[in-house]
Structures are given as C-alpha cells and as structure tokens.
Design a protein around this ligand. Structure first.
Ligand SMILES: *[C@@H]1O[C@H](CO)[C@@H](O)[C@H](O)[C@H]1NC(C)=O
Ligand SMILES: *[C@@H]1O[C@H](CO)[C@@H](O)[C@H](O)[C@H]1NC(C)=O
Ligand SMILES: *[C@@H]1O[C@H](CO)[C@@H](O)[C@H](O)[C@H]1NC(C)=O
Ligand SMILES: *[C@@H]1O[C@H](CO)[C@@H](O)[C@H](O)[C@H]1NC(C)=O
Ligand SMILES: *[C@@H]1O[C@H](CO)[C@@H](O)[C@H](O)[C@H]1NC(C)=O
Ligand SMILES: *[C@@H]1O[C@H](CO)[C@@H](O)[C@H](O)[C@H]1NC(C)=O
Length: 852
C-alpha cells in the first residue's frame, strides 16, 4: 500500500513534467524504416549527397555528392544509371592543405551546383579544394567536358558555407560567398552576356546564410508591364536593431530578370536589389522566429498566386522550437513596390542608426523593374536609369516595411523539432477543396507531413527517412502525374518516399481516420487507395477529412481473434496495438469496459497484463480503439482475445516452464501471446520484483524483442522504441520511473560500498567506526586511496629537492589544493587523481585516519 502511494506520487511528479513538454500537434502515426522499405541510394566511399536535380521528362534524378555526380532513376533511386567522378588533383589538394584547410575533408570537391543548361548538358560547380570550379556535363556520354571555368560567385570556396542557385532562362543566379575567407557575400548572376552582382557593403548583405532562391514569373499580360523576378531567402545579421550581440533577421530579397546594371553608378551591379524582413511571430505566446532555415514557393497551375512557405527556428527566447509561416507573393511585391525605405541616419556624434526614410523618393522608383511607368518616362533599360534613382537604391536597399505572414501568425509551431527543409504539395481532395500538404524534414532524418484544415494544423504522419538521426539536407518533390515522390538527400545517401501510405490502412475506419487528403477507401477493392493513382472507382470512393467514419460499410470490419489456454494463477499478456498515437485503447471484458487497475490488471501501451488468472477471468477480452475527431468519436474493435483455463490445475513451481500452449484461431493471426507464470518472475528478478513497476519494465522489454508479426488490421509490427523521434505519450512513464528507482538503488549500493571502503567523509566513517569497533582497529592494508597518498609521501621524501622551503609536505593539512605546488612540478598527483574518483574525500579520510 505504502509503495502504491509512493509510486503514484512519483508518477505524478515525473509524468506531468514529461507531459508538459507537449507543444503543437503530435504526429498521429510514425512509419519506421522497416515498415516503409523506402528506396535508398548510396555508393560506398561517397558521402555528402547534398545536391539534387530532377528531370521529370527523362525520369532521372541527378545527384551531386562529394567528388561525384550520379544519374539515378527517379522511379527507383536505388537504380543507378550513370556516374561521373570529379576528383581534386593532388596538386590542388596539397595547395589547399598548405593554406590550413583539412586535406581529408575540406580540400575535396563538393558538388554544389547542378543546373540544366539544355537537353544535353548540365552546368555543374564544385568547391574543388577551395578553388570553386564549374564545368559542363555531357548527358549523352555522362562525361565532364573538362572546361574548368572559374566558379567564383557561383559556388562557395568552403563546403561548410551556405549556397543556393537557380537557373532561369539559361542564366545562373546564385547566392554564396566570393572569397577564400568566406567573408564577402554575393548574389550573382552569371551568363555569357552580362554578369551582375551585389555591392560589397554591409547594408546590402551582412553575413547572410542563404537558404533558397526561385523565380516568380510575371503574369502573361500584366497591366504594369512588369518583369520576372528572382527571389532570394536568407538569414543575416541585422543593421536596424540594436542588440547586445549580433541579431539575426530573416530576409527576402529580389532582383529583376531584365536588370542590366547601371551605366556609371552601379555598373555591373544590381539596380533592382531590394530586401525586406520576413515576420514570423506568434503573438499569442510571444514567440519570435528570427532564423529562416528553408523556403519553398508553391506555384500551382490552378491560377492562384504563388505562395511562399518558410520554416523558421529561433536564436532568441524560444530555442528548440520550429515554426512554419506562409506568405502571399503579392504581400512581398507590395512591400517592394509601395513600401517605405530605410536609411542610415547619424545620431549622437558618430553613431549611425537605420530608421525609416520619410524624404522624397526619386522617380522612377528605386529598385523597381523596368515597367510601363518607367517606359513612359523613356527608360527602357536599367542602363539608362537616372543617377538619382541608382544612387538612392545603392544607399537604401533595405525596406522599412516588413512582410507579414498569412493570418498574421505561424501556421505551425512545434517544440523539440528542428526543421531543416520544406516542400509543399497542393492536392484536390474529393470534397472539392484544395489542401496544401507540407512535407517538413528534420535534423534527425524524419519527415513530417502536415496539413491545415479549418484553421487547425495536423501532422498526419511522420516518416523515418534515414537511420542514425542524420539531418536531411535537401528535399525535392516531383510533380509528374502518377509518379509523385519525395526525394531527400543527406550526408550518407538519397531516399525516395511516396507522398502517402494509404495502402497501409487495412480497415475503412483507419483509412478515414488518417484524414489524409491523398487517401480514400475503395469499397469494391476493400482497400485504402491513393486518389491520385486510383481513378477506377469513379465516385464511390469514401473520403471524409473530418474523420466521420459512419459511411464505412460494416462488412469492411475484419474481426481478428485469438484463443489462449492458460494455467490457473498464471499471468497473461494480451497484445493489442494501434498505430495512431491519438487513439485510446479500451479493454472490454464480457461486454463491459474493464477497469484496468492493479493488482489484478496492468495496462501497457500495447498490451493488457492479467495477473493470477482464475475461473472468473476466463472469457472474451476485446481491445477497442477509440479516437476522437472533433465531436465525433470513432470506435473499432481491433482484436478479440479468448481466455480459457487449462483443465488440470497446476501447482506452483518456480522452475515451471512459463509458457503454456497458445493457439491462434484466425489464420491471419500468428502472434504468440506472452503467457507468463508470475512465480517465475518473482524468482528471476530478485527483490525489486515486488513492485509492479519492475514488472512493467521487464515485460515491456520482452514485448519489444518480439519479432515482427504478420500484418494485421490496425496492428503493425512494433519497432524499437528508441527510433521513434517524437515520443510525447506520458504512458511511457513507467519505464522512466523504473529507471529512476533503479538508479536510486544503484546509488544506495554505491554509497554503502564507498562508505564501507572508506572513500566517504566523516559521518559515514563514524558509522563505520561504530559498526566495526571492537572487531578490528583499522584495515590491515591501506585502502587504495590511502595507498596512493602513501606512495606520494614516499616519493616526496626521496626527492626532497623538488620542494622548496615554503612547500608543505603532504603530511600536513590542506595539500589537496593543487595551487600549493605553484611551479608546476606536480607529476605524482596526476596519477592518484586518475585512480581515485573521490580524491578530495580521500584527503579528508586521510586526515581523519591520521588523527586516530
Ligand atoms: C560530409 O559528410 C560527413 C559525414 O559523412 C560530415 O561529417 C560532414 O560534415 C559533411 N560535410 C559537409 C560539408 O557537409
Ligand atoms: C557529348 O558526347 C557525345 C558522345 O560522346 C558526342 O557526340 C558529343 O559531341 C558530346 N557533346 C559535346 C558538347 O561535347
Ligand atoms: C520619349 O521619347 C520620345 C521619342 O524619343 C519623345 O517623343 C517623348 O517626348 C519622350 N518622352 C518623355 C517623357 O521624355
Ligand atoms: C493572401 O491571399 C489570399 C488569397 O490568395 C487572401 O485570402 C489573403 O487575405 C491574403 N493574405 C494576406 C495577408 O494578404
Ligand atoms: C456481448 O454482446 C453480444 C451482442 O452485443 C452478445 O452476442 C454476447 O452474448 C454478449 N456477451 C456477453 C458475455 O454478455
Ligand atoms: C490468486 O488468487 C487467489 C484466489 O483469488 C488467491 O487466493 C491468491 O492469493 C492469489 N495469488 C496471488 C499471488 O495474488
């Protein structure tokens, strides 16, 4: 009883602390590597698969890695089509190492740019041992032409530095750094006719970290006669805020495609470079996200305007949180086209401060593309823009107005997740609405699939893409009809994942409950299908994104049942698992909901344990999953367990085989239920076992080690818990408590041992002296600790000259402070320190026993 109280108290303390960590929606389902069997590409000896380019017409995915470029099938990335190696020459490698860079890592060729030039050629750039170089890849024979162009401004020198590039109409736009030190940031356009770059000045770019670039085309016949624009997204150090250290700010910048630079002012520089701050705040809980990690621009054929999705983290008050904010492109354009500029004003002697500029703005508007307004003033090219306009934009590249997100708040905020990449797909569901599905990769190799519906954001599922918690560095979405995949690149390889796992849901209710716009129940095939791939059902598909499963035909329910014949007074574990983390499992016995309480029952996450089975416990146990969606509660029986008692009563024997026979009635089900003899347990786990906690952890361990089972309705093989990245269920707490108790016990043992050995100070020595007094005066031999000190003494006597007169010999007090040795001749203590974990205590002890 007392134990129960203590247990409950502990549970409360630990589990509320654990549960409080929840923030934002939890992923409903986790798919592990074993369950998904994703296609994977890796070539041994090659690492850093960081650049991906998809050719949808050819069904080819180009992969840029360290010193290699591959072409793989985009339908199965495991199938390698071609390879080309681009190694650094020994001479370059040595030269780079000589400049102080690492020969084995940094001084190699990291492919950073792969862009299509035309049907038969790719443009490729690599860091090439800190000498960025570009080349052309002939796709006919998959060989580099060996042109070795200077890649400065297109590719970084340092593989660790940020880089982005986008090819627009044969011209390469890039954001990177321009020098060896990486101190000169640049947004650059490379083409055979003209090269344009940013001014090297703090107001233009201030230590940026580039994350994304893409072109947004002007509408075909827009009234302003506007130009196509290339947008850049990056995080940089702000000039406009004062902060005790460098304050990072997320930015969007843009340039016009038709920009030719100025004639005198801004010669060979952008005349259309403007940038603004991206806002991603959650005012409800006062969270500010000031670092943009990645951006995706969703351009859809459904004629709506493109939408910008960004993933953010924070370096401010809320470390460990990630957010997604979305922006209308029109909002961004409005800031650049109509917003106020900032300028640097001198305040108090020499201090400059960036503030809103309220003065006169020259015409045509600085930083605007050549549009009808400029043409009306006879300015047909940036080359003949007036100096006034050019000088103004040179000095005022930063807008005062900032870009607010759609809805003025993040779409999603999540704790303990660091998102690295985002891609977004728009799918038209069967209800006629379009949904934006966000695929977010994390720094732990996981992919989250999130959708917003009725202003509520859900994470439909999380998919483990890579083992060993490695960050996902590139994410790519293919749009080709009927062949839609997500490709992810990391340091160790490339993975291909489908957009949905509809076919994994084997019951209609599960198919509805996933609320995945891609998935619908096919009543004829009696399977869950992807609506983009299965068009055969015309109209009969069932999809209810609100989770209403009432349309599901009863016949779609498949009953699984298992029969167990067990010995009287034994313990039995009835398995039942539900993939969904949002569902509750309830057990029913004889049509009544079971109050699963100790000492009779114990509820595990995926099982019910019944102790000391008697005649009253025989019968039917039904495992019912209940999931609430809005106001609707969907229940379904996952499995029936039938328990029968063995006719012959058995006597309690500690050596008895813990298993009795187990039968599986249905042919699909082949799970052996764990039938355990309670008495055996008692023997094997010593004193701790009297606690139900110990039992929990032990049986949980066994449960984990069960081999995967045949596929069952709602029941998917369990995979090791440590692989689940997003564990929020407080029900895992029993394990935690067990560990706490175990550590408590170990600590006690350690304490008692050390006290016995005499490593601990006074109070325990007194107890020890009290206990051993009369039996023996002192241990015949010095304990290890004293031995060390003794050796010290002897040695110091042998070499007295090492101590000057002011040095106290260790036999005196307080020598444990190393400072007393002053001149650094302390070689003896080093050894004793290593040997004795309790060195300070050891001295105390020494002083104490010396006093005896
Ligand atoms: C390349 O991959 C290795 C691991 O394979 C990693 O340690 C290293 O940081 C990566 N380098 C770059 C520049 O990404
Ligand atoms: C590409 O390779 C093919 C086959 O070797 C060759 O005929 C063609 O001339 C090459 N193209 C270029 C641009 O070198
Ligand atoms: C623009 O140039 C045309 C011809 O070169 C001239 O007729 C017209 O007056 C000019 N307009 C302005 C606003 O300077
Ligand atoms: C963004 O565009 C959508 C329509 O595309 C509109 O409903 C919404 O109000 C816009 N949001 C902002 C902040 O302009
Ligand atoms: C449970 O209910 C079902 C019908 O709802 C009935 O057929 C069955 O006999 C009941 N079982 C018990 C043990 O009451
Ligand atoms: C098992 O149940 C029987 C009958 O209810 C009871 O006499 C016995 O003490 C129980 N054994 C244990 C180990 O709880």
């Amino acid at each position: 009883m007392a134990f129960n109280v203590a247990f409950n108290a502990l549970y409360l303390v630990l589990c509320t602390a654990f549960g409080a960590a929840e923030f934002g929606p939890a992923p409903r389902i986790t798919w592990h590597l074993k369950e998904t069997n994703l296609m994977h590409f890796h070539v041994s000896g090659i690492s850093n698969y960081s650049t991906l380019l998809l050719s949808e017409e050819k069904d080819v995915l180009y992969v840029g890695a360290r010193e290699a470029i591959f072409a793989v099938s985009s339908l199965n990335v495991a199938e390698k089509l071609h390879e080309a190696y681009w190694k650094v020459s020994d001479e370059k490698n040595n030269e780079c190492a000589w400049k102080g860079k690492s020969k084995q890592t940094e001084c190699l060729n990291y492919i950073r740019v792969i862009q299509p030039l035309n049907d038969k050629t790719l443009y490729v750039c690599g860091t090439n041992a800190f000498q960025p170089t570009c080349d052309y890849l002939n796709l006919t024979d998959f060989r580099l032409l060996g042109r070795n162009e200077d890649g400065k401004g297109r590719c970084p020198f340092d593989p660790a530095q940020s880089y982005i590039s986008v090819m627009v109409d044969g011209e390469l736009y890039s954001g990177t750094s321009f020098n060896f030190l990486g101190s000169e940031p640049i947004i650059f356009r490379h083409s055979s006719q003209s090269q344009l770059r940013t001014e090297y000045a703090v107001p233009w770019l201030n230590e940026p970290s580039f994350v994304y670039a893409d072109v947004i085309r002007a509408p075909a016949n827009n009234p302003e006669g506007d130009d196509d624009k290339v947008y850049f997204f990056f995080t940089e150090v702000s000039v406009e805020y004062e902060f005790f250290s460098k304050l990072l700010i997320p930015r969007v910048a843009r340039v016009c495609k038709g920009d030719q630079g100025g004639l005198r002012t801004l010669q060979k520089k952008w005349t259309s470079f403007l940038k603004a701050k991206l806002i991603c705040h959650s005012s409800e809980n006062n969270l500010i996200f000031n670092v943009v990690s990645d951006v995706f621009i969703l351009k859809h054929s459904d004629s709506s305007e493109p939408k910008i999705y960004g993933v953010f983290t924070s370096h401010l008050n809320n470390v460990g949180l990630s957010a997604v904010c979305a922006y209308n492109v029109s909002t961004v354009e409005e800031v650049f086209a109509k917003g106020k500029y900032m300028h640097s004003a001198t305040v108090e002697q020499s201090n400059t401060k960036w503030v809103r500029y309220n003065g006169e703005v020259p015409k045509p508007r600085p930083g605007a593309c050549i549009n009808n307004e400029a043409r009306a003033m006879n300015y047909t090219s940036s080359l003949n823009l007036p100096d006034m306009t050019l000088q103004f934009v040179k000095d005022h590249p930063l807008m005062d107005d900032s870009v607010s997100p759609v809805g003025n708040k993040p779409k999603l905020v999540l704790r303990d997740v660091i998102y690295t990449q985002i891609v977004v797909d728009r799918v038209k569901a069967l209800d006629g609405n379009s949904y934006d599905i966000m695929f977010l990769s994390t720094d732990k190799g996981i992919l989250h699939k999130a959708v917003s519906q009725d202003a509520e954001m859900r994470i439909i599922e999380e998919i483990v893409l890579f083992p060993h918690l490695q960050p996902v560095q590139t994410l790519l979405l293919s749009n080709k009809e009927g062949k839609r995949f997500i490709y992810a690149g990391s340091n160790t390889g490339v993975v291909q994942s489908p957009l949905a796992f509809c076919e994994k849901f084997t019951s209609c209710k599960d198919c509805i409950l996933t609320r995945d716009p891609y998935c619908a129940w096919h009543p004829v095939k009696r399977s869950c299908v992807n609506i983009l791939q299965d068009s055969t059902a015309d109209g009969s598909l069932i999809q209810k994104l609100n989770g209403d499963a009432s349309q599901c035909p009863d016949s779609a329910e498949i009953q699984k049942s298992m029969k167990h014949t067990v010995k009287s007074r034994s313990t039995v574990e009835l398995k039942c698992s539900q993939k969904s983390k949002l569902a509750n499992l309830v057990w029913q016995f004889s049509n009544k909901t079971l109050k699963a309480e100790l000492p009779k029952y114990h509820l595990l996450e995926h099982a019910l344990v019944i102790f000391n089975i008697t005649d009253h416990d025989a019968g039917i146990y039904e495992c019912v999953s209940q999931e609430e969606v809005g106001n609707i509660k969907v229940s379904q029986v996952l499995i029936k367990h039938v328990i029968e008692l063995e006719k012959v009563p058995t006597t309690l024997k500690s050596t008895a085989h813990p298993y009795t026979q187990t039968e599986a009635k249905s042919q699909i089900t082949t799970i052996p239920a764990k039938v355990l003899d309670f008495s055996t347990w008692k023997k094997t786990t010593a004193q701790i076992l009297t606690s139900p906690v110990a039992f929990t952890s032990v049986s949980a361990k066994i449960q984990e080690s069960t081999t995967p089972l045949t596929e069952m309705h709602s029941k998917v093989p369990e995979v090791q818990i440590e692989k689940a990245m997003y564990l929020t269920k407080p029900s895992d707490c029993s394990l935690l408590i067990f560990l706490v108790l175990l550590f408590g016990l170990l600590f006690m043992i350690l304490l008692v041992y050390n006290c016995y050995k005499g490593f601990l100070p006074n109070w325990c020595l007194r107890i020890r002296t009290f206990l051993f007094s009369g039996k023996q005066k002192a241990p015949p031999d010095f304990p290890d600790c004293e031995q060390g000190v003794k050796e010290n003494l002897v040695e110091s006597k042998l070499t007295p000259s090492q101590y000057d007169d002011t040095q106290k010999i260790p036999h005196d007090t307080g020598y444990e402070t190393e400072l007393d040795y002053g001149n650094g001749t302390v070689p003896h203590t080093g050894k004793t320190d290593e040997d004795q974990p309790f060195d300070v205590k050891c001295d105390l002890k020494y002083a104490d026993s010396d006093g005896d």
